[in-house]
Design a protein around this ligand. Structure first.
Ligand code: URP
Ligand code: ZN
Ligand code: ZN
Ligand code: ZN
Length: 488
């Protein structure tokens, strides 16, 4: 099989411009991008006339093979990535969960899981406790293991949740390492209280999940995390922004000049909470994720925020549990494993919801699905661009074809799909990952072990708009006030 490919006659789209050009690929790398490239017979020529040639999607937020709430997500690194490739996503960043608080043990476990990979991936890491060992291990992760982002869960009381003291330690440590702090922003203590209230009222079904953790608790935690990040003077990334309440806190902070990045996820953009009241348990439970899917006005507002640039990149929080696993919570919504699918559907649904509706341009589509993520996590222009020298992770997208979503035809191992029955304009017809055609004519050609780990270097503080790493809130208070003792 030829490792030389020419994509001919398409419109090449990058985040900053589009142009008619051919793309010459050899040994996994883009060699040239310009009109009318002539090649020899050994090239596989792919006709892209009338189609868009775009960087493969990068999903900043996934959970493959994660042990969570008494279950393990049904998609492995192989099945989840295969699904991703069929939907035009060629890289994802997954969250390493420490093992009993140990970062190195968690890292080793994820290295093992990821050996099945059929596309490129990177790691974020969750921080679930605090001591000198954790602090030291964070340093090792950044300096030796290629991890430049750490996530703090402000919810999941009794499991992953951290308190403000730990969050502050974590923010300071991230800042000193040039790592990006990420938060799951919900007030976990109040959620716990809300859940008890629902059970006392006899509301044990999936609707209790949404009722127990309303938008105000997401807004509160988002505001608190933002203010603590301001206190430390370090950037903050808010994962899965699901509500107007959280989005408005992010907008306010940005207006004041603070570096806060908000990540909407596909479920929050396109779904609404009505399904949680479905009388069939599984039909409702498959939509249970945290923060919960909100009433429809929230999704519309998040779309507008993505359109105007308050929110800058779209993830999925792909975290799939099948019907049997969701049934663990049949008598108590608190036991339903939290999470929904999205890796395979993200590109199509963002196109349909944002581009077809006129809320984003085609170049903006590339920015929010790929380039922004590559820049933010410091792997641009190796990823997120179609230009000479970049990795050959490319999709050919036909804007005149249509996509259809169903659990019957998707590539995730889950038996349900929260987007069941949806269809719309636009279709990923070809996916090229690492210079190989892995998706074509509705067929996947993927090999376990072919995906590479993408090391993500620590940040240059200038990128985040902070001049000096040591500049902080306390700088103006360096000299103590010289009190006059006699005044006593
Ligand atoms: O419900 C969710 N979001 N499950 C995945 C874990 C997390 O909070 O991101
Ligand atoms: Zn150009
Ligand atoms: Zn989360
Ligand atoms: Zn998540």
């Amino acid at each position: 099989l030829s490792s030389k490919i020419l994509i001919k006659g398409g419109t090449v789209v990058n985040a900053d411009h589009q142009e008619f050009a051919d793309v010459y690929i050899e040994d996994g790398v883009i060699v040239d991008v310009r009109p009318n490239i002539k090649v020899s017979d050994e090239f596989r020529v792919v006709d892209a006339t009338g189609k868009f040639v775009m960087p493969g999607g990068i999903d900043p937020h996934t959970h493959l093979a994660m042990e969570f709430m008494g279950a393990e997500t049904i998609d492995s690194f192989f099945s989840g990535q295969a699904a991703a490739l069929a939907g035009g996503t060629t890289m994802h960043i997954d969250f390493v969960i420490p093992v009993r608080g140990s970062l190195s043990k968690g890292y080793e476990a994820y290295v093992e899981k990821a050996k099945l990979s059929c596309m490129d991936y990177g790691f974020h890491m969750a921080i679930t406790k605090w001591d000198d060992t954790v602090s030291k291990e964070m340093e090792i992760m950044v300096k030796e293991k290629g991890i430049n982002s750490f996530k703090f869960f402000m919810a999941y009381k009794g499991a992953l949740m951290i308190n403000d003291e730990l969050l502050l330690e974590g923010l300071k440590k991230c800042k000193s390492l040039g790592a990006l702090a990420m938060v799951h922003a919900e007030n976990g203590d109040a959620v716990f209280e809300g859940q008890k209230r629902m059970i006392e009222l006899g509301i044990t079904g999936p609707e209790g999940h949404a009722l127990s953790r309303p938008p105000v608790l997401e807004g509160e935690a988002t505001a608190r995390a933002i203010r603590l990040a301001a206190f430390v003077n370090t950037p903050l990334y808010v994962v899965h922004v699901m509500s107007i309440d959280a989005m408005e806190e992010i907008a306010r902070a940005q207006k004041s000049g603070q570096k806060v990045i908000g990540e909407p996820v596909v479920s929050g953009l396109v779904l609404d909470d009505s399904t949680l009241w479905d009388p069939d348990f599984i039909t409702a439970a498959k939509f249970v994720m945290s923060p919960p899917i909100r009433a429809s006005g929230h999704g519309k507002a998040l779309q507008a925020a993505l359109s105007t640039g308050i929110l800058k990149l779209v993830g999925t929080d792909h975290c799939t549990f099948n019907s049997t696993q969701k049934s663990i919570g049949i008598d108590d919504f608190r036991k339903i494993p939290n999470g929904v699918n999205g890796l395979e559907e993200r590109m199509h649904l963002v196109w349909d919801t944002m581009v077809e509706s006129g809320q984003l341009s085609v170049t903006d589509f590339v920015r929010v699905t790929s380039t922004e993520c590559a820049k933010l996590f410091n792997i641009y222009p190796r990823k997120g661009a179609i230009r000479a020298g970049s990795d050959a992770d490319i999709i050919i997208f036909n804007p005149n074809s249509t996509f259809h979503i169903s659990a019957k035809s998707h590539h995730s191992k889950s038996d349900t799909n929260v987007y069941e029955g949806r269809s719309g304009k636009g279709k990923v017809e070809v996916t090229i990952a690492g210079g190989k055609i892995v998706w074509e004519n509705e067929e996947l050609k993927v090999v376990p072990g072919s995906g590479k780990y993408i090391s993500m270097p620590p940040f240059n503080y200038l990128y985040h708009g902070i001049d000096k790493a040591d500049e902080n809130y306390f700088a103006s208070f360096k000299a103590p006030v010289n009190r006059i003792k006699s005044s006593l």
